[in-house]
Ligand binder design. Structure first.
Ligand SMILES: Nc1nc2c(ncn2[C@@H]2O[C@H](COP(=O)(O)OP(=O)(O)OP(=O)(O)O)[C@@H](O)[C@H]2O)c(=O)[nH]1
Ligand SMILES: [Mg+2]
Length: 322
């Protein structure tokens, strides 16, 4: 079936067609096709509310999404969920099926769930993830939730890809809480202390609140701390309300549109960077200067700074016109 027919079905929220189109975005086989598809997406001129959810492995992010997603559907929102699985050797690649992870959400119409491996972009979001966000946005999903494991890089990247970031932590991460230690307090708009059925939950929540007071408001938004027990659904309505309150806040302040623009620019510059890096890599392997510099680096004749300078002077400067 030609992709345009899939696209028509996708606009009707056909899951199979949506999955097929995501396959196109994930594959590197046909760039032209991908480009046509992204163009068709942009033409829809839709703007979804993108919520990133991140935090330490096993904190309960997926279980929270299961509950939050159902809550959002109950409020009449349609929902797309993207789970970014870093295909890192540390995690062994033992990925649970979406059916297990999103037990309740999986059975509900109005929700589309998709897992993605980040492959080359270890720890990062990757262009494909950004493309899929844009695709689901074009498909008219009201809310798009993106789950990423907090491995450092993704946490920072999710900020540029999302309107709202939920940072999930759990009690008992030690004296100095992991989130604080990693210096990532600034990225969360909503803080969740999940597994609050475990000892130390209150202490964790109050410590977080104290930390947040020190950081103060960001652009007029006061971050909130919400204790939850995702497995029992406890705290989910509070979380849902905070997520929607944040959306209304962004819309009222005109920040929603700004974030949408920023997302587009960010995706564009990432795309450029990737294309550039790829082309440069190929060029350096075949170009005489590139080959020579490479040989000298390998043999230790020149250091990498000098090598970079050589490539810049001889190859790149003219094309960058500086
Ligand atoms: N006791 C308790 N267990 C929970 C709670 N929420 C989730 N869990 C359990 O914690 C485990 C991990 O939950 P997930 O939702 O898969 O966590 P995650 O953060 O998505 O995990 P990764 O995606 O692998 O990083 C599962 O066995 C859940 O049943 C909670 O509130 N309390
Ligand atoms: Mg998960």
């Amino acid at each position: 079936m030609p992709w345009k027919e899939y696209f028509e079905r996708f606009l009707q929220k056909d899951r199979l067609a949506t999955g097929r189109l995501i396959n196109i975005l994930e594959s590197d086989e046909d760039r032209g096709l991908k480009r046509e598809l992204m163009k068709a997406c942009a033409a829809q001129k839709r703007d979804a509310y993108v919520v990133g959810i991140t935090g330490v492995p096993g904190a309960g992010k997926s279980t929270l999404i299961d509950g939050l997603g159902c809550w959002l559907l109950d409020q009449g929102y349609t929902l797309g969920v993207i789970c970014v699985d870093p295909s890192s050797p540390f995690r062994g690649g033992a990925i649970l099926g979406d059916r297990v992870r999103f037990r309740n959400l999986n059975r509900r119409p109005g929700a589309f769930i998709r897992s993605m491996a980040t492959r080359g972009h270890l720890g990062g979001l990757g262009t494909a993830t950004r493309d899929v966000i844009q695709l689901l946005e074009a498909g008219g999903f009201d809310v798009i939730i993106v789950e990423t494991v907090g491995t450092g890089q993704t946490e920072v990247e999710i900020v540029s890809a999302a309107d709202t970031v939920i940072l999930v932590t759990v009690p008992g991460l030690g004296d100095q809480m992991q989130v604080v230690k990693a210096g990532i307090m600034e990225i969360g708009d909503i803080f969740v202390v999940n597994q609050s059925d475990r000892p130390g939950a209150e202490e964790t929540a109050s410590r977080l609140k104290n930390e947040l007071v020190m950081f103060g408001d960001r652009d007029g938004w006061t971050p909130v701390v919400i204790p939850t027990v995702a497995t029992k659904g406890e705290g989910i309505p509070f979380l849902g309300e905070a997520v929607i309150r944040r959306k209304e806040f962004l819309v009222q302040r005109g920040q929603k549109q700004e974030l949408h623009k920023r997302r587009k620019i960010e995706s564009w510059s990432r795309l450029l960077e990737e294309r550039f890096a790829e082309s440069l890599g190929k060029f350096l392997q075949t170009n005489a200067v590139g080959k020579e510099v490479r040989r000298k680096v390998e043999s230790g004749e020149i250091d990498i700074y000098e090598a970079s300078e050589r490539v810049w002077e001889d190859v790149l400067r003219d094309c960058c016109n500086q």
